[in-house]
Design a protein. Structure first.
Length: 137
């Protein structure tokens, strides 16, 4: 499912700054902003393609569990365990590709920088070299 034009239109508001997190994407992603609702749609598999047709590649930090739990809960409404189970079901049913895991924030940023269509949420104080900052939320 592609992102609907209305989500990205002039009337949509970027997700508000909160809790020191930022949404990052690969430079190839054709957006400059993203709403919280649009980000959730990506993380729950409702949106699988960017407006230009390239695949969305979700990346998450696998450790530490407490930090990734809080980030995933804020974005998707699921803790890390439920998020993993949800995506396993999506993959096995042929409805999605499992998010990529990175061991730490630096690896997450590096993966997003190197992977066309990739998106992740990281702490705002992370070194964001080589990635596009879509929105703080």
């Amino acid at each position: 499912m592609a992102l609907a034009g209305a989500i990205w239109g002039a009337g949509s508001l970027p997700a508000a700054a909160r809790d020191g997190l930022v949404t990052i994407a690969n430079q190839s992603v054709p957006l400059d902003s993203l709403t919280a609702a649009a980000l959730k749609d990506i993380y729950i598999g409702q949106t699988t393609y960017w407006p230009d047709g390239q695949s969305v590649v979700i990346a998450v930090q696998s450790e530490p569990a407490g930090e990734s739990d809080a980030i995933l809960k804020k974005i998707s409404g699921m803790d890390a365990s439920h998020f993993a189970t949800f995506w396993q079901r999506m993959v096995f049913s042929g409805r999605g590709n499992e998010p990529k895991n990175a061991s730490d924030v630096a690896a997450l940023v590096a993966f997003v920088a190197a992977t066309k269509g990739a998106i992740a949420v990281v702490p705002a104080d992370a070194d964001l070299k080589g990635v596009k900052h879509l929105a703080a939320f």
